[in-house]
Design a protein around this ligand. Sequence first.
Ligand SMILES: C[S@@+](CC[C@H](N)C(=O)[O-])C[C@H]1O[C@@H](n2cnc3c(N)ncnc32)[C@H](O)[C@@H]1O
Length: 283
Amino acid sequence: MSQVSTSLRRRASQHDWLVKALLSLMKLLAGSLDRLMVFFTSSIMVVVVPRESFNADGLITDHDSSFMNERSFQAAYAKAVASAGADWDIPWRTHVALWAAKSAIDIEGDYVELGTGRAWMFSAICQYLPWNEMSKSLWLCDRFSPFGVDPVTGLPDQTSNPHPCYARSLEATKANFEGLERINFVEGTLPESLQQLEVARISFLHIDLNNSETEIESLRYLWPSIAPGGLILMDDYAYAGYKPQYLAMNALANELGVLVLSLPTGQGLIVKPGLTINDRSPA
Ligand SMILES: C[S@@+](CC[C@H](N)C(=O)[O-])C[C@H]1O[C@@H](n2cnc3c(N)ncnc32)[C@H](O)[C@@H]1O
């Protein structure tokens, strides 16, 4: 019996030694893990959180966003906020739309928007451009109804609460263009209402219907009227949560023989090919 207990005690003390060794090793590893975690977290902070960051509307970048300091941009943005009745915090998207509209100035044809709502984008654009000195017309197409649209059927959901981005009424949206000439409002359901457009050529088309089928049918209908070099900007093309629009627009672009530029703002841009130097005309 005593021999057995001596041997057990010996084995137990060997076991103690092993446990102690394992505990020390774990402590050492835990300390190193802590240090490793601190190192990785700070590295991730450096990589993911930029020093001079733009962080809005699903886009974080440390690239130059100093367009936001330009007075012409700020005036256009302020006009958009006043028209919408709220700041939607979409400066980079607005910057892209201002750029596209300005780039289309010398291209033959009018400006058209499919989905105007309260006119955030086009009231900013008309503020940004010397609109009344230009000879283009603007065609704004919408139901001008406050109800949200079912993304599958494209029909207004009259049972929903008024959508905070959609028009309060046609008259309310019209008021955002006071003092501006050659602004036409096409009230009705797209794509059928496109028959009311009296446009020979389009130099800039902005599409923002949040409904892929209507967007596709409308663009297919308008494509022959887009001038060579004309710009088509799609607000929701690559936006998070709008995959059907992305896929449908890519399929149509393929059919039309063009490529869509996917922008980090979620917008998509098409430039219709075929512009020659002789196609450029004064605004
Ligand atoms: C996101 S809002 C447009 C926002 C606008 N581009 C702006 O800058 O303020 C989408 C608009 O598309 C309109 N819409 C959607 N489907 C439509 C359809 N089939 N016919 C007419 N308007 C439609 C809605 O009434 C809504 O005003």
